[in-house]
Unconditional design. Structure first.
Length: 271
């Protein structure tokens, strides 16, 4: 019997998830149907429950419902709990399980596709919204020697790392705190690139040979990536690989089989 999955968000028409999961299913010989559901701003829980009653097995969750998904789940992975956001729900006999695959998607893309080691590296994350929250624990677990979260509104960055307590190498604040520090990996988790805005970073942030990673995808060379390249970043990359890898991790959670990311990434880049 065909198992049903969906992505729920608002807006949702732009979502690439149906295409990604159709490709994973074809590759892995899995009989699934994956659709996109537009939920009204105040109707997320109703939309999820209706889909579940209709036989749905799980959903991906996107903007603006990742916190609502955390509240809806009965059980959570540690990475979802620490992120305080859920992007994947799995329905089973024990209720609703909530996970967050965004961070592992980012780490997989940086380490496996780009070939950049995170272990022992100095990492800077710009932004303190949902995307930044999802990547802190996976970056720490990947062995970052230091992890700085810098945000336009400094208090949000400080609040973001509060659940981790005092931890060597983990700091948060505004862009001004970056001073003369340099980093091996600089990740733009702000939404500034969506409106083609740059970020007020001090010069010297990008260490020689560093990676500049913009989570935004489909925008070509963003101002952030252009500035990074001009300031000496050796490798500049957008967030398409993170998108594909987080989707693959959701697929693995639901179906128990990990798709091969590389051919799907190649297909998406070509498209
Ligand atoms: P969000 O919760 O709305 O947070 C937005 C963040 O961007 C906040 O930290 C905000 O700072 C900052 N910001 C917005 N405009 C800015 C500007 N002009 N200058 C400096 N900072 C600015 O959004 P989100 O869910 O975290 O998503 C962030 C980005 O990541 C989006 O572009 C999204 O498309 C992308 N994303 C990609 C993937 C992927 O798989 N590749 C996954 C998730 C998200 P304040 O706190 O000061 O407002």
């Amino acid at each position: 019997m065909t198992d049903r999955y969906a992505v729920i968000g608002n807006p949702i028409a732009h979502s690439l998830s149906p295409r990604l999961h159709a490709e994973f299913a074809r590759q892995c010989g899995q009989d699934i149907r994956y659709e996109a559901i537009l939920a009204p701003a105040d109707g997320f829980a109703d939309a999820v429950q209706a889909f579940r009653r209709a036989g749905g097995k799980g959903v991906n969750v996107t903007v603006p419902f990742k916190v609502a998904a955390l509240e809806l789940a009965d059980r959570h992975s540690e990475r979802a709990r620490m992120a305080r956001a859920v992007n994947t729900l799995k329905f089973d006999d024990d209720g609703i399980f909530g996970d967050n695959t965004d961070g592992v998607g980012l780490v997989t893309d940086i380490r496996d596709r780009l070939g950049v080691d995170i272990d022992g590296r100095r990492v800077l994350v710009l932004g303190a919204g949902g995307a930044a929250r999802g990547v802190v624990l996976p970056l720490l677990e990947a062995g970052a020697s230091s992890l700085i979260i810098a945000n336009r509104t400094p208090e949000r960055a400080v609040e973001l790392i509060a659940p981790y307590g005092v931890r060597a190498g983990l700091h948060a604040g505004g862009f001004g705190m970056l001073g003369k520090h340099e980093f091996d990996i600089v990740i733009n988790a702000t939404s500034a690139s969506l409106s083609d805005q740059g970020l007020p970073l001090p010069s010297g942030v990008f260490a020689a040979g560093s990676l500049a990673y913009d989570m935004v995808y489909g925008k070509g060379t963003t101002r952030f990536l252009a500035d990074a390249s001009a300031q000496g970043a050796a490798l500049c990359c957008d967030g398409l690989g993170m998108l594909v890898a987080q989707a693959a991790e959701s697929f693995r959670l639901w179906r128990g089989v990990m798709p091969d990311i590389a051919p799907v990434m190649a297909m998406m880049q070509h498209a």
